[in-house]
Every structure is written in C-alpha cells, then in structure tokens.
Design a protein around this ligand. Structure first.
Ligand code: FES
Length: 306
C-alpha cells in the first residue's frame, strides 16, 4: 500500500469553497450533531468536498477545519487515514482502486494492476495522457469472496479476469462506464456459490402442495421446565422430553407379554442362565429342567404415569 500524503504543491489549488448547494447541505449536516459535537461532521464534509472537486486538497482540509472549529492536523489525520479520500488529482472519468490484499492477490490482482499500468500509467496516482483515468492499489474492499475486484466511484466490479477488466477500463476511458453493470462479472448472484446453490435445495412449491394435500401440520407440543413458568418447545429442549407416546406400554400389557413369552424375564440368575454363575443366587436346577429358552428380552418399557 502506498504512503498517503498530500499532493505536490504544484497541483494544489490556492483555495476551496463549497458550491452554494453544497454549502447549504453542509450547514444542515453540521446542525444534526449536538452542541459541541459538530466535529463529528468531518467525514461527511470531506466526502462532499471530494464529490464536488474529485479529490481532497490542502485548501479543502483547511476550509473544513475552519467550518468545524478543528485544528488542521486533526482533519489531515482523517483525510490521510481513509483510502476513500483521494489526496491527488484523479481522472475525470474514473479513478480505479485495485484491491491488493491477500485473497485478491491470490486470485490475480497483479494481472489487474498490470492492465492499469498498461492503459493508464506505470505508477499509481498518476493521470493518463488526457487526464481521464487514474489508478491506485488499496487494501481489502470487503468483496473477497468475489476476488479479484476493483472499486470505481461508488461501485465495485468483481470476479474479474484480465480480459473482462480491460473491457471495463476501456469503457470508462471512452466515457461509457455507465454501460457496465457493477457487481460480479460472471454468472453468479452476489457472492453465492459460483457452482450454484448448495443448500436449501428442496422444491418449495412441492412442499407447499404436500402441506395442502396432507392437511395442516400440528403445532409443536409445549413442555414446561420444572420451576419455570416459560413454556419450552420439545424440540428446543430435548433434555426434558418425555417418552414418545408410541414407546409407552402399560405395566399390565408388559406383564402379559412376559408371561406369554415363558415367564418373567426378571428371574434371578442361576447357572443355567449365566456361564460361571455360582448358583448361590437361586436354587440350582437340572440343566434339562432349565427353561427351554430364556424369556425374550423386551424392549425397554416404562411404567405409564397413570
Ligand atoms: S481481499 Fe480484495 S476485496 Fe477483500
């Protein structure tokens, strides 16, 4: 990133004044802030001055400092900190800011910069021969997903290839910049995945029809956490979920099923039931008299609360 300094004295105008319209706007803007906080208008005023003249001159900084009753150095600090403020004369048709931060650099920012050097000037902050174009390298402009990208005026041009950027640059140089659509220069919506949608793939129309065919869906059951008044959805609080209604079996039914299967499955263990058992737990039986087969284990059942 280049050092941000004011332009050479040779190109600095001797004075600055807001146009009548902009002066009225500035007055209203300053009045928006509470008494004693008028200095907060420094950025809007500098930006308005830049929109008027194309760049921020030393005279602009002095004038804004006077309007806001600020020391000159304080306004200079703001103007030199933000790359949105141009401190050198810029092209009358376009000033191109090439993002040179890592994601853009990895995706070809150097080639984009080379196009600027070819068509505008070898050095940043220099005008082309007829004064219509200029360029500079800046830090991340926040469109990294669509790298590489450039900013021209208030718009960004993203997903650039060398060829596409050359077309854009030449269009601006020829005064046809308004024919170029800002944003991604490939077939993608904003910063959505380049290969198309990867989530939320269900056919929404299909779901709506299904809902109509099957009738409305029951609202989720509510549960109340002990000691709390607030109602909590079962889905939102799985830890307090009770057994599902399908899983509930009455104790009578469970007992009947056990008897049907050859006796209670809760019999005490003995030698016939567990290899290595001492038999002390229950009277030993002749192996032949052992149950033909142990009672089938039933799925875990819970006692009905009733
Ligand atoms: S790195 Fe270029 S836009 Fe963020």
């Amino acid at each position: 990133m280049s050092v941000r300094r004011l332009a050479e004295d040779s190109v600095q105008p001797t004075s600055f004044a807001f146009s009548e319209e902009n002066a009225a706007w500035a007055k209203k803007r300053i009045a928006l802030y509470p008494e004693g906080r008028q200095q907060s208008a420094v950025i809007p005023l500098l930006m308005r001055a830049q929109e008027q003249d194309g760049w921020v001159t030393r005279a602009t900084i002095e004038t804004v400092a006077g309007m806001l009753d600020m020391p000159y150095i304080r306004v200079l600090e703001v103007a030199t900190f933000y790359t949105q403020f141009q401190l050198q004369p810029v092209g009358t048709r376009a000033h191109i800011q090439v993002c040179g931060t890592t994601p853009c650099m990895l995706r070809g920012a150097e080639d984009i910069r080379a196009v600027c050097q070819k068509h505008i000037h070898a050095e940043p902050h220099h005008l082309n021969a007829d004064g219509t174009m200029s360029w500079e390298e800046v830090e991340c402009a926040g469109a990294c997903v669509n790298a590489p990208m450039v900013t021209i005026g208030f718009d960004t041009y993203e997903d650039l290839t060398t060829e596409r950027f050359e077309e854009i640059l030449l269009a601006f140089r020829d005064g046809k910049g308004d024919t170029i659509k800002p944003g991604p220069q490939i077939d993608r919506q904003f910063s959505a995945a380049q290969s198309g949608r990867t989530t939320l793939l269900a056919d929404v129309e299909h779901i709506e029809h299904e809902h109509v065919d099957n009738g409305p869906v029951d609202p989720p059951k509510k549960a109340t956490r002990p000691g709390r008044k607030r109602e909590v959805d079962d889905e939102a609080a799985p830890g307090i979920k009770g057994p599902s209604p399908e899983g509930k079996v009455s104790s009578e039914r469970a007992e009947a099923e056990e008897n049907e299967a050859g006796g209670p499955a809760r019999a005490k263990p003995d030698q016939t039931m567990r290899e290595g058992a001492t038999g002390g737990e229950s009277p030993a039986e002749e192996p032949t008299k052992a149950r033909s087969k142990p009672a089938a284990r039933k799925p875990a059942t819970r006692k009905s609360k009733e």
